[in-house]
Design a protein around this ligand. Structure first.
Ligand code: GUN
Ligand code: FE
Length: 456
């Protein structure tokens, strides 16, 4: 028989069917083409399952999971500051504005040094892959060269990277030691960067993409914001920024622009289907409707929000409104590189929003009803929701989606999950994986059909 497929994987998998529902694909054959795309998924009851199994089994194109191993879609980190990996776990003691000026701008300014940048970025991309993150939407720094280096490191290590050279051109709001030289320079460097990364993408199997990246409205002049909107349109790129993150930031924009972040960004041409805005905690109903209408996604960063946001994202409500939501680590506002940790925090924070947190209030006044999200929803955000937000065929294990997966081993040495009920439902098994897995349980990670991480 001819061998139509480039690779065939056999095993059981979990994938989102909708924000609330998970599909369990038991003992399936995942048949890939040479581009790493899932061409067919065969279930044991399908008529050609046995033939395909007999054809590929025992060949170098075949890979079969052992007992206790499961495929999960690779995670999509929808918001992460690559340079801030160097300070992850520290500097969580002061509010956003002070944090930027005291810790973060001094750190990011060091990425003019390419040797330093290489050290940090190589370590970060390796760490993210080992944590199951197959795609990441990165903020780099204002430096074009170091930002391009991050894209090259993603390309080399096999991660799908979407990378932005950060724009911060406002001379009032940014320190002289760390900002774009001028508005013109910010725009021309961004354009050069877009062209360089689009060229690199041509030789990168899993894809690397340039992203138009105004840091946030307070960092940028109106002229830069509008110019970036035009560049995104000209080159068809993704766009990312921060939006209505904290009281200070949200109020700053109201004072300067006399409107919300959302409406200001929209006027600058920065809201569209491939736009992803971090946080969006303080959206009004009109703002939220504009997100839904324009197809703009929210990168929900629940760990970071605890330190910087002065509130909890009403994720359940925004999902009901039809807004695309994915999950971000927001390193280093969030300390953890793991989307498992962020899934857990998303669930926890939503429960605290629903119940309320001030015990001196009577129960009916304490919280915001219907705010909880389930583990299934948090899983959706980390996978299918992220893919939908980026408009890429990733985050689901379905035909015509890309084979980006993590292999979870519930029996990993020193990290065995507490499974004592042989009759456990597959959905409960997924929840154990989501709440209890550690990096030790992530045995292998694959991006676009290539193995990019293996735990020995
Ligand atoms: N707003 C502008 N820059 C940043 C940043 O680096 N982190 C967070 N959390 N918010 C920001
Ligand atoms: Fe951020």
């Amino acid at each position: 028989m001819d061998r139509t497929f480039d690779q065939v994987f056999r095993g059981s998998a979990f994938t989102s069917r909708s924000p609330q529902e998970v599909s369990v694909l038991e003992d399936c054959l995942f048949c890939l083409d040479e581009k790493g795309l899932i061409r067919r998924i065969l279930k044991p009851q399908d008529h050609d399952y046995e033939t395909v199994l007999a054809t590929y089994s025992g060949t170098e194109k075949f890979r079969e999971l052992a007992d206790g191993q499961y495929f999960l879609p690779g995670f999509i980190d929808l918001h992460i500051h690559a340079p801030q990996w160097a300070q992850a776990g520290t500097a969580m003691d002061i509010p956003l504005h002070d944090w930027l000026n005291t810790y973060t701008f001094p750190l990011e300014s060091k990425f003019s040094d390419l040797d330093f940048a290489r050290k940090v970025y190589q370590d970060l991309v390796t760490t993210l892959l080992a944590n199951g993150t197959t795609t990441a939407l990165y903020f780099a720094t204002v430096h074009k060269e170091a930002s391009y280096l991050l894209a090259q490191i993603c390309a080399d290590k096999g991660q799908r990277g979407l990378v932005g050279k950060v724009v911060m051109d406002d001379k009032e709001e940014n320190p002289a030691y760390y900002r774009d030289e001028s508005t013109e320079a910010a725009l021309s460097e961004t354009e050069d960067f877009i062209q360089l990364v689009q060229e690199l993408n041509k030789t990168t199997k899993q894809g690397v993409y340039p992203v138009v990246t105004p840091r946030f409205i307070p960092s940028c002049t109106d002229e830069a914001l509008a110019g970036l909107g035009e560049l995104a349109k000209k080159y068809g790129t993704h766009i990312q920024s921060h939006c209505s993150e904290s009281d200070w930031e949200h109020n700053y924009v109201h004072e300067r622009m006399h409107k919300s972040d959302t409406f200001a960004l929209h006027e600058m041409g920065l809201l569209q289907d491939k736009a992803i805005m971090a946080h969006a905690v303080f959206l009004s109903d009109e703002d939220a409707d504009l997100f839904a209408e324009t197809g703009t996604a929210i990168a929900h960063c629940p760990i970071s929000n605890v330190c910087f946001s002065n509130g909890v994202l009403p994720a359940a409500r925004f999902t009901r409104k039809g807004i695309d939501i994915g999950l971000g680590t927001d390193i280093s506002g969030g300390f953890s590189p793991s989307l498992f940790d962020n899934i857990r925090q998303a669930v926890i924070s939503s429960r605290m929003l629903e119940e309320g947190v001030d015990p001196s209030l009577a129960a009916p006044e304490r919280g915001l009803p219907q705010s909880r999200i389930s583990a299934n929803e948090a899983f959706y955000y980390a996978t299918a929701g992220g893919g939908q937000s980026l408009s890429l065929p990733i985050g689901r294990l379905e035909e015509n989606y890309i084979w980006d997966v993590q292999v979870i081993d519930v029996n990993a040495t020193n990290a065995k999950l507490p499974l004592f009920d042989e009759g456990i439902s597959m959905e409960n098994l997924l929840h154990k994986i989501l709440f209890l897995s550690r990096p030790e349980n992530i045995r292998e990670v694959w991006v676009q059909g290539e193995c990019v991480h293996k735990r020995t």
